[in-house]
Design a protein around this ligand. Structure first.
Ligand SMILES: O=C(CO)[C@H](O)[C@H](O)COP(=O)(O)O
Length: 283
């Protein structure tokens, strides 16, 4: 009973959900000791989000992947569930799939789950790419790169006939910046990071930060040996297509985390297991 109430609340606002959980957890444990046990050692808010991610990932894999597909495998925490489901389907349905990774993490997931690993040299055309996102707006522009893998993710997505986003409900926004507050990630060649930071701030405003590593001194270094800038853009009506082009033309910029009109469909999971599908307008 309690989880249902929280789920309904969490659909309206993750903040309400977190608050509700902190207040109701003691009651929950009283009424549902088994449920409480299964959550031990993980924060209740996290477990709700994890269920949401899993629901989206499973639905997307079930609906978008078919036998003999070449599948792009994105990066991040939601993709972990997508790979789990791919492996399950390969086992149960004997699907023949080739998986193309978008990062070191994706490559590891593919190998650890005994899926067939491919690359763009041998499979330059993919049937479908499935990836997470940090935020998706109503015009189907996504911010990606929270995990720093945006360049390979964009290359792989651009080679796929269908690009599918999987995410929990907190990534579903009307406009960019509504929920995701960490800005637009931009991969840059290390020696260019200061001039690029200055150019972005002068041209578009806001603040640009060099992303620093958490368990290492110094900056985050991408799978391609580059740095990541996070552009905390000001509240303004941006034409993201034009911004993306302008950023990409700055010397030193390798790629941006703006995925404009690339995704065909998004699956947003909720903690009760339901999934909202959002389709892009046909081009
Ligand atoms: O773009 C990404 C990594 O570069 C991820 O897809 C994005 O950050 C979403 O990650 P998560 O599924 O962990 O929320």
């Amino acid at each position: 009973m309690i989880p249902k109430v929280i789920t309904r609340l969490s659909k309206r606002s993750p903040f309400i959900s977190a608050l509700a959980l902190s207040r109701l957890d003691w009651l929950d444990s009283l009424l549902c000791p088994t449920l409480h046990l299964s959550r031990s050692y993980s924060s209740p808010t996290m477990s709700l989000l994890e269920s949401a991610k899993k629901a989206a990932a499973f639905r997307a894999v079930d609906e978008c992947v078919k036998d003999k597909d070449v599948v792009g495998v994105g990066s991040g925490s939601t993709v972990v569930y997508a790979v789990e489901r791919l492996a399950e389907r390969v086992q149960k349905e004997k699907l023949q799939l080739v998986c193309i990774p978008t990062s070191f993490q994706a490559r590891q997931l593919i190998v650890e789950n005994n899926l067939i690993l491919g690359d763009l040299d041998r499979y330059p055309q993919l049937d479908v790419a499935i990836d997470g996102a940090d935020e998706l707006d109503n015009k189907f522009t996504a911010i990606k790169g929270g995990g720093g893998c945006l360049t390979q993710e964009k290359i792989v997505a651009s080679c796929a006939k269908r690009f599918i986003i999987i995410a929990d409900y907190t990534k579903d926004s009307q406009t960019l910046g509504e929920q995701y507050k960490k800005g637009v990630p931009i991969e840059v060649i290390p020696l260019s990071y200061v001039p690029v930071m200055q150019r972005i701030q002068t041209r578009f405003g806001g603040k640009v930060q060099l992303r620093m590593a958490k368990s290492k001194a110094g900056p985050v270094v991408t799978d391609n040996g580059n740095f990541i800038l996070d552009w905390l853009f000001p509240e303004s009506k941006f034409d993201w297509d034009s911004v993306n082009t302008q950023l990409n033309l700055m010397p030193g910029v390798v790629e941006t985390g703006l995925f404009v009109n690339m995704a065909e469909k998004a699956y947003f999971g909720y903690s009760d297991g339901s999934v909202k599908e959002k389709a892009a307008e046909k081009k």
